[in-house]
Design a protein around this ligand. Structure first.
Ligand SMILES: Nc1nc2c(ncn2[C@@H]2O[C@H](COP(=O)(O)OP(=O)(O)OP(=O)(O)O)[C@@H](O)[C@H]2O)c(=O)[nH]1
Ligand SMILES: [Zn+2]
Length: 349
């Protein structure tokens, strides 16, 4: 390809993560009047895109982009969505077959865990599975630690539920840990996820150094934050990174996340590898390393149950959408039923 054909990597786009390989991917779509840009926000029937001509509003084309996507626009319509490097997806709460894309092309997933909720590892494990599955690197952020008496202990607790991930304690009040989060967010694209009121917007504001994103006041009655960030929004950070804030997530379902689940539970997977039988169901088999670890108190029973629950949920979601799996399941039941009928005939003789 001739170099003078390549689009000018405008400094504006570079602030949003534009690089030579995005330029290469965009090239095929850049006829005259077409401009590349990064999706800042997606609303019903409307896409806001950062372009070299500023922030433009466009209509989605055939393929609806997600926040973080690199797209090509022509006459206020998205004509192409460039292939994603990473994609953070959750199972759709509505039960539709496709998952819901939370953010595209992210390098780091910051998982905000509010300290006042106490240790609720289940939710973190779930988000970690999705984060690993996305292809990005998760960082667990224990927020509001100014309200804790023993934050190192809380961090250590959380770390047990997050093998392989960095766990950082932060406080927007004392400033503790903000430098660590800022350093992580200064490179590439970072998405902030976590429940409503976890302090995501407060963290985003600290990284931005200004009050750009709305921060909710805590409801006096139950201490929960108001739902403030209604939309996923992508902004360029003064440090050079790109940040996507997401609204508080209520239900986070897993789907097509088998690898992510295994990465979030490497301790469990390593134990399972040590079972005597390769197809150990970790039920009543002799030489089961998983059950031995649970009985010895080395693997929390809660964590083992959480792993099995996520795997079941993931398989169930897959079975719902994957006709092949469903057919296999039917075939299995058929052969079981056949064996049962044969057994009844035997008995009846
Ligand atoms: N004590 C203390 N309070 C904090 C801290 N960070 C955030 N808060 C408060 O917690 C509440 C919720 O913070 P937000 O930043 O709005 O939380 P959020 O995760 O963005 O919530 P949603 O927008 O609903 O998803 C606000 O009242 C903040 O002032 C902190 O480090 N310490
Ligand atoms: Zn076993």
């Amino acid at each position: 390809m001739s170099p003078d054909l390549s689009p000018d990597p405008a400094p504006v786009l570079c602030r949003y993560g534009w690089d030579a390989s995005w330029a290469q991917l965009a090239l095929a779509h850049l006829e005259s009047g077409h401009v590349p840009g990064r999706v800042a926000r997606v609303d019903r029937g409307r896409v806001d895109v950062h372009t070299e001509h500023g922030r433009l509003r466009a209509a989605p084309g055939r393929e609806v982009p997600a926040v973080g996507d690199w797209v090509v626009l022509a006459s206020s319509v998205v004509t192409a969505v460039l292939p994603r490097r990473t994609v953070l997806t959750r199972a759709d709460a509505s039960g539709r077959s496709e998952g819901q894309v939370l953010a595209a092309n992210v390098d780091t997933v910051l998982i905000a865990v509010p300290a006042e909720v106490g240790s609720r590892p289940g939710r973190v494990e779930r988000l970690l599975a999705l984060a690993w599955e996305s292809g990005a690197t998760p960082v667990v952020v224990l927020t509001k630690v100014d309200g804790l008496e023993d934050s190192p202990a809380a961090v250590a607790d959380l770390a047990l539920a997050a093998p392989g991930a960095e766990v950082v304690a932060v406080s927007a009040v004392t400033g503790e840990g903000l430098d660590v989060v800022a350093a992580a967010a200064a490179r590439g694209t970072t998405v902030l996820v976590g429940p409503s009121g976890a302090g995501k917007s407060t963290l985003a504001n600290a990284l931005l150094g200004e009050e750009v994103l709305a921060v909710g006041e805590v409801r006096a009655r139950d201490g929960k934050g108001r739902h403030t960030t209604a939309h996923r929004e992508l902004v360029a950070l003064p440090s050079g990174g790109v940040l996507i804030d997401t609204p508080g997530l209520r239900a986070v379902g897993v789907r097509d996340a088998a690898e992510g689940i295994d990465r979030a539970f490497t301790d469990v997977v390593d134990l399972a590898d040590a079972c005597r039988f390769a197809d150990c169901a970790h039920d009543h088999e002799p030489g089961c390393a998983v059950r031995a670890a649970v009985e010895a108190g080395e693997l929390p029973a809660r964590r083992w149950a959480a792993y099995r629950k996520l795997v079941r949920e993931d398989e169930w979601a897959a079975a719902r959408t994957d006709a092949r799996l469903a057919a296999e399941r039917r075939a299995r039941w058929k052969s079981i039923a056949k064996a049962q009928r044969a057994a009844y005939r035997e008995r009846g003789r």
